[in-house]
Design a protein around this ligand. Structure first.
Ligand SMILES: [Zn+2]
Length: 204
C-alpha cells in the first residue's frame, strides 16, 4: 500500500513503527486516526514530543529524568532531602524506578542503568555506566540494592555489579524472588515489591 500513500503519511507510519510494540498495522492505524479523525491531537502530540526532547533531561546523578525548565540537571528524587542517602537502588529501566515509587517501599535513592549485560544483544561491561555508579556509591552509600530483573541478563548484571562494587565496601544486596515472572517491576504491586525488598539478601 505504501506506494500510493502521500510521503508525509508514509513517514509518520514509518516513525510510529519504530516504537516498541508497534507493528506496521498499528502504526498505520495511528497515522490514519490522526489524519482523518483528530488533527488537533496530531498537533498536540507533535508539540509534546518536541517538548520531550527540549524540556526533559537525564538526571546526571541517577539517570532518571529531570525537568530542564527548572534549570537543574538533577531530578526531583535526587533533590529530595528526605531520602536516605545510605541506600541506593539500582534498576535497569526508568519504568522499574517508577514501579518502586508507586509502591512507596523505597526510601533510598536510585541509579538507572538503562541497560543490562546481554551477550546476545552485544551489551558488554564496557557499555554499563560503571564509572558513574562507582562514584555514586563512593558518595556515602552503605547498601546497594540491585533490583535488576530475575532474568538471565538481569542476574548476570547483578553478579557483575556485586563484583565491581566489592572494593567500595558497600553491602550489595539482591531483591528476594517473588517479583512477577519475567521480573516486570513496573507492574509489581506494593505488597510484592515491599516483600521483595524486605527479603533482600547479600550477593555472594
Ligand atoms: Zn536523579
Amino acid at each position: 500500500m505504501s506506494g500510493a500513500l502521500p510521503s508525509g503519511l508514509r513517514r509518520a507510519i514509518e516513525l510510529f513503527s519504530r516504537l516498541p510494540g508497534v507493528g506496521d498495522k498499528t502504526a498505520a492505524r495511528f497515522a490514519m486516526h490522526l489524519l482523518s479523525g483528530d488533527r488537533a491531537l496530531a498537533r498536540a502530540l507533535g508539540e509534546a514530543l518536541l517538548d520531550l526532547d527540549a524540556a526533559v533531561v537525564t538526571c546526571e546523578r541517577c539517570g532518571y529524568f529531570a525537568d530542564a525548565s527548572e534549570g537543574r540537571a538533577t531530578c526531583a528524587i535526587c533533590a529530595d532531602p528526605r531520602r536516605d542517602d545510605r541506600v541506593l537502588c539500582v534498576v535497569a529501566r526508568v519504568q522499574d524506578l517508577l514501579g518502586f515509587e508507586r509502591s512507596g517501599a523505597m526510601r533510598g535513592r536510585y541509579f538507572v542503568l538503562h541497560k543490562l549485560l546481554s551477550p546476545l544483544d552485544g551489551v558488554s561491561p564496557a557499555d554499563l555506566p560503571m564509572q558513574a555508579l562507582v562514584a555514586r556509591v563512593a558518595d556515602g552509600v552503605e547498601e546497594v540494592i540491585v533490583a535488576t530483573p530475575p532474568t538471565v541478563d538481569g542476574e548476570a548484571t547483578a553478579l557483575y555489579l556485586a563484583r565491581e562494587l566489592r572494593p567500595s565496601g558497600a553491602r550489595v544486596t539482591r531483591l528476594a524472588s517473588g517479583v512477577p515472572h519475567g521480573g516486570d517491576l513496573e507492574f509489581a504491586d506494593q505488597i510484592t515489591l515491599g516483600r521483595a525488598l524486605e527479603g533482600r539478601r547479600a550477593i555472594e
